[in-house]
Design a protein around this ligand. Structure first.
Ligand SMILES: OC[C@H]1O[C@H](O[C@H]2O[C@H](CO)[C@@H](O)[C@H](O)[C@H]2O)[C@H](O)[C@@H](O)[C@@H]1O
Length: 582
């Protein structure tokens, strides 16, 4: 249900996207409407900020609350709360209201004993010889029990009372404030579950995500009503392929393929699709992040309003809200990668960038669909997607590849030629700043099987400054945003390490192993010091977890657990190698 408003798509692009200085027309791009419950909880969130103050305030908590009675009765009671002259409610009255009318955040997902969890799976991590590492790996494996949840019966009985979406199968949540399943996180969770031999749990997660495609046409950022306006880095085909490779379950492929085709269409149509004409005059289709939303993100509404308050007019604010939500769609919320001015979040321009990693993920989707279609004998689909993958590889080489740097670079959209309905490529629009995402294409077989490319990229990675004492940095800019220096994130370590390992280069494998050892050590030492696995780590210092961004550092943590298990499976750990920080 896209509402395009009165402006046509091409008008929309010329007024908003090409006009970054003047903003003289309200954003009328596609918007997926939110629910009345989400809007009401946003009002509670705003009221709570005034009542309780900024200290320790987490706006997401309020949109995760659920109703005890129907919405109109609840709104009526809320409106009757005594208010001061400036409209604020006292903390005492708000506490009373919340207690009486709302259930706590997290009560809608209840603990689910994973059906396939055993304390020590048979043949678990055979290459891990060191007893201390084995013991810790078993502890990390046991964390699946902490993160396993299923939707409570109450959500199924009255879905309108909850922002949680009623998924059929149990899920693994990332942890802490992230109380619901997340799209791209699930890929690394599944990688860990495969190491833990928890195949049924892994398949259940995939079936849940497939059901979101059935209902919404794409996989949502997360399984909440306030995430319906955007997707997340698309890795569903990778989940299906990896599970199939372990289990040989063809039924999973039969059930997934139609949804994967629908997801491919979502990314390759409408606002997510961009055409660029290269220096030789060839036209290439690539994709960008573009949230179907132009208001504050409900889970961070108070924060987004505050950021936007620096802007003077509604047009600029509306545009910024779309850029914030689109950055959330990218999974990199937030980063200087999407900012025109590194010190100013209001300069976010996510939709004006063609991202390297998104296109690598879609290339992988095309290759995965080709393989999956072959397995079930659908040669027509296999041929169609092989062709699509070849076209995308060419596009990535033309638009992103920078031979001097030996990296693929994000591309800033400029020079729109309306007569060709395409952007005209120019070298200066490649973003030459260093981001770990510049190396993500190496994860894709079409690139890591090319010895010459591997050599160049490896040299470039070694000279990049991104390889730090405790892992790969997200960028070289210390901006205070969480997807920047000095934070290192499990997904980025994993994709780059796995890309290096899958190449035929001995040197690449040895560098990959070195990164993995550093990453495992920092995860271990932080775990021993704090008792937790963390969402992100500080790559400057072994044993330190990361920080920055709009919420306090989170623990749990789905993708970090998954990557540690996957690394230990790949590399093992010799008897005599130290696990502590050097
Ligand atoms: O609440 C703020 C934002 O939180 C999420 O983003 C971060 O956590 C996710 C779950 O681990 C992760 O997938 C993402 O990469 C992180 O930046 C959420 O995905 C955002 O949509 C949300 O606005």
């Amino acid at each position: 249900s896209l509402e395009l408003g009165s402006t046509t798509m091409s008008n929309y692009y010329s007024v908003i996207v090409h006009n970054s200085v003047q903003c003289n027309s309200t954003d009328t791009g596609p918007v997926v409407p939110t629910t009345s419950l989400v809007s009401f909880l946003e009002t509670v969130q705003e009221t709570a900020l005034h009542a309780y103050g900024h200290k320790g305030f987490d706006p997401k908590l309020y949109v995760d609350l659920s109703l005890k009675q129907n919405l109109s009765t609840t709104i009526e009671a809320f409106e009757k709360l005594p208010r001061s002259e400036n409209g604020s409610v006292s903390d005492h009255d708000l506490n009373g209201f919340i207690e009486k009318y709302l259930n706590g955040a997290g009560e809608d997902l209840v603990y689910a004993e994973p059906v396939d969890f055993v304390a020590e799976p048979e043949g678990f991590l055979p290459k891990v010889k060191n007893p201390k590492v084995r013991a810790w790996a078993l502890e990390v494996h046991s964390l699946w029990k902490n993160l396993s949840r299923k939707v409570s019966g109450r959500v199924r009985e009255s879905p309108d009372f909850h922002t949680l979406l009623p998924l059929k199968y149990p899920v693994m949540i990332p942890g802490s404030r992230f109380r619901e399943v997340y799209y791209w996180d699930s890929y690394w969770v599944i990688r860990g579950l495969l190491t833990s031999e928890m195949y049924e749990t892994a398949k259940g997660i995939v079936y849940n995500l497939l059901s979101l495609i059935d209902e919404f046409g794409y996989v949502l950022n997360g399984a909440r009503a306030y995430y319906t306006n955007r997707s997340h880095p698309p890795l569903l085909s990778s989940m299906v392929l990896d599970i199939y490779n372990r289990t040989g379950d063809k039924d999973l492929i039969e059930k997934s393929l139609p949804a994967l085709l629908k997801e491919h269409e979502f990314w390759n149509s409408g606002v997510h699709k961009v055409i660029v004409q290269d220096a030789e005059g060839s036209r290439h289709t690539l994709n960008r992040y573009y949230a179907l939303w132009n208001k504050p993100r409900p889970e961070s509404s108070t924060i987004d309003r505050e950021i936007a308050s620096k802007l003077s007019n509604t047009c600029e604010k509306t545009k910024l809200y779309r850029e914030l939500a689109s950055a959330a769609e990218s999974g990199w919320d937030f980063s200087t990668r999407w900012m025109r001015d590194e010190s100013d979040l209001t300069s976010l321009a996510t939709t004006s960038i063609i991202p390297v990693d998104l296109n690598a993920f879609i290339l992988k989707m095309e290759l995965d669909i080709t393989s999956l279609a072959h397995v079930i004998g659908d040669n027509k689909i296999a041929a169609r997607f092989k062709e699509a993958s070849e076209a995308r590889k060419k596009a990535m080489n033309s638009i992103f590849w920078n031979a001097e740097m030996g990296q693929w670079l994000d591309y800033w959209l400029s020079n729109f030629d309306a007569s060709k309905d395409a952007y005209t490529w120019n070298a200066s629009s490649q973003n030459q700043k260093l981001f770990a995402s510049n190396f993500v294409p190496l994860w894709i077989q079409l690139f890591n099987s090319d010895d010459e490319v591997v050599d160049e990229v490896l040299r470039s990675l070694q000279n990049s400054g991104l390889l730090c004492p405790a892992g790969i940095a997200t960028s070289l800019t210390n901006s205070g945003q969480q997807w920047d220096f000095p934070n290192g994130w499990a997904p980025l370590q994993h994709m780059i390490v796995e890309g290096l390992v899958r190449s035929r280069s001995e040197q690449a494998r040895s560098i990959a192993e070195d990164i993995a050892v550093k990453w495992i050590r920092t995860n271990y030492v932080a775990y021993k010091n704090t008792g937790n696995m963390h969402e992100k780590y500080d790559v400057e210092k072994c044993g330190d977890f990361g920080g920055g961004g709009e919420y306090v550092p989170q623990t749990g943590f789905g993708w970090s657990n998954g990557v540690v298990l996957a690394f230990l499976e790949e590399f093992g750990w010799p008897q005599d190698l130290k696990l502590d920080c050097p």
